[in-house]
Design a protein around this ligand. Structure first.
Ligand SMILES: Cc1cc2nc3c(=O)[nH]c(=O)nc-3n(C[C@H](O)[C@H](O)[C@H](O)COP(=O)(O)OP(=O)(O)OC[C@H]3O[C@@H](n4cnc5c(N)ncnc54)[C@H](O)[C@@H]3O)c2cc1C
Length: 510
């Protein structure tokens, strides 16, 4: 009797899993995960992603066993694994979720599609979240997102008639077998649906009280933010179940003291919407992973690559305490809040004048929640190469004053800063020699001197981007990008006007 192959990709759960629900209704199912050596050799993946995946697959295997099936792990390139399986035990249907991944998984999916056509196998795919494949126009996107999120959740199949691979499944190889460096952050989040559900519950019940007003400072953000991003990136939780659970929680919060939490949850819901909005950009234009969304910005930074600047950033030795502390936190935890991620990219793209692509590859490896659609769109947005977004330049000194006024964050992650007197916390490089001698912190020895002069380098960078942006041909090309990628949602409230003092302002709108 034939069977259906369920190809698990970044959808590691049984609940709200349309391909699995469909396959289980049809008859026997082979639940397959393909561990692809070529994917782990890509420069945007790191050991922490591999370990998180391993933990998530362990959870998935347990859940499947509970329903009567065994997760089948195959090591090899997906088209070859499928061909080998088909040759040994023919099947007619392959089912999976649509994946909007990096360029590598896109090419792999095209190869799988070709193999399916050549072999007479039907490959049926379902949307994974609010991203729409072959979207004709952005005008209908929001309505499609709403419809997907409002549809009922699919229950876990009660029983799965599981099939086994017709060859012995090997042991799970260590990351080193794929050339992954042994550099996982020791305090990273751990994978698996069970863990994801606990994080969701704790956020909805309690932590979301701090969401409003708590997510910008790197001090409060680790608990105020939901911390759901890695579970969404690997599909341990479905976006729809998170949206529906949040809406239910908002509905249940009726008390007079619940207003703040409701507002926080409403803001969180809008970020869930952004999740799909940004991934849709990569779905509609996969090239944005590699080249400027607005081609008018081509050549802006590429030829002026400065390896010393990049090395200082990666080592957390730029000399700007807030930046270096963020790099230290990232190295230990694999996570940073949005504001600090944006600041890192802004510093890289403006005063350090680094092209976004190599910086983005490095950050992708650092982020436990690496999601190509969000990541590359955000990299370009913060580097100012989309041509359609307000350009923001985050001043790391201003960020420190606003979000870490007592220096608790900076001193936690940069021990040498603990000896620096409060008066010099934000700009320690300005400490006079006698103060340096008294506190025992020498700039250039115990703490790095800034790699460039922040004010003049930022001013020069902004002037170059501004000049390019003002050119007629660059302005004209903008309309087509807005048409293809622009959000059709109006802003609820007007933005704050930009501050007057350019050296101090936190965001500068061009
Ligand atoms: C340069 C840069 C790179 C980024 N790369 C990633 C990435 O690889 N993966 C990733 O999930 N997020 C990325 N983000 C967006 C954001 O920083 C993270 O989603 C957020 O910090 C994750 O923590 P959280 O789940 O606690 O967020 P919450 O604030 O609790 O948000 C809930 C969810 O909403 C989505 N979300 C939140 N903010 C954004 C945003 N600005 N754009 C799109 N979706 C958003 C995420 O799915 C997130 O899990 C990036 C941001 C920047 C500036």
């Amino acid at each position: 009797m034939s069977y259906t192959v369920v190809w698990f990709k970044r959808d590691l759960r049984l609940a709200d899993h349309a391909p699995l629900a469909h396959a289980a209704r049809q008859g026997p199912v082979l639940c397959l995960y393909v561990l692809e050596p070529s994917l782990w050799a890509q420069p945007d993946y790191a050991l922490q992603h591999y370990l998180f995946l391993q933990e998530s697959l362990r959870d998935l295997a347990r859940a499947l066993r509970h329903r009567g099936a065994e997760l089948q792990l195959a090591i090899g390139e997906a088209p070859e694994v499928l061909a080998r399986l088909h040759a040994a035990a023919p099947f007619h249907t392959l089912v999976s979720h649509e994946e909007t991944g990096n360029g590598h998984t896109f090419e792999r999916d095209k190869a799988v599609a070709r193999w399916c056509v050549a072999s007479g196998v039907v490959w049926r795919e379902w949307p994974q979240h609010g991203v729409v494949r072959r979207l004709a126009t952005r005008n209908v996107w929001h309505a499609r997102w709403q419809a997907h999120m409002e549809a009922p959740l699919l229950p876990e199949p009660t029983h799965i008639e599981g099939r086994l691979l017709p060859w012995p499944t090997g042991r799970w190889p260590a990351g080193g077998a794929f050339g992954l460096a042994d550099d996982a952050p020791p305090l990273r989040q751990h994978g698996g649906r069970n863990e994801g559900l606990l994080v969701l519950q704790a956020f909805l019940d309690e932590r979301s009280r701090q969401y409003r007003g708590g997510i910008s400072s790197p001090l409060g953000a680790p608990t105020a933010c939901s911390r759901l991003s890695p579970y969404l990136a690997l599909g341990c939780l479905s976006m729809r179940e998170v949206v529906q659970a949040t809406r239910a929680r908002i509905g249940a919060l009726q008390g007079p003291e619940d207003g703040r939490q409701c507002q926080g949850l409403a803001a969180f819901l809008s970020r869930l919407h952004w999740h799909c909005h940004f991934i849709q950009k990569l779905e509609s234009e996969p090239e944005l992973e590699f080249r400027n969304l607005h081609r008018g910005y081509d050549g802006l930074r590429e030829a002026e690559w400065n390896e010393a600047h990049f090395a200082a950033l990666r080592a957390g030795r730029t000399g700007w305490p807030m930046v270096d502390a963020c790099v230290a936190m990232l190295r230990e935890t694999g996570w940073l809040n949005f504001r600090m991620r944006a600041m890192l990219v802004s510093v890289a793209a403006y005063p350090l004048w680094l092209h976004w692509r190599p910086v983005g590859l490095w950050l992708a490896r650092q982020f436990i929640d690496y999601e190509p659609g969000i990541h590359w769109s955000q990299m370009q947005m913060q580097a100012g190469t989309t041509g359609i977004n307000t350009t923001r330049v985050y001043n790391p000194v201003k960020q420190a004053c606003d979000h870490d006024p007592q220096g608790r964050f900076v001193r936690h992650w940069l021990p040498a800063m603990r000896r620096v007197p409060d008066a010099w916390l934000f700009e320690p490089w300005r400490m006079p020699a006698d103060v340096q001698a008294r506190c025992g912190v020498r700039v250039g020895e115990n703490i790095p001197a800034p790699v460039v002069d922040l004010e003049s380098a930022t001013r020069a960078a902004k002037a170059r981007v501004h000049a390019l942006r003002a050119r007629a041909e660059v302005r004209e090309a903008k309309a087509a990008i807005v048409e293809k990628h622009g959000s059709r949602l109006r802003r609820a409230a007007p933005r704050k006007p930009a501050a007057r003092n350019p050296a101090r302002q936190q965001e500068l709108d061009f």
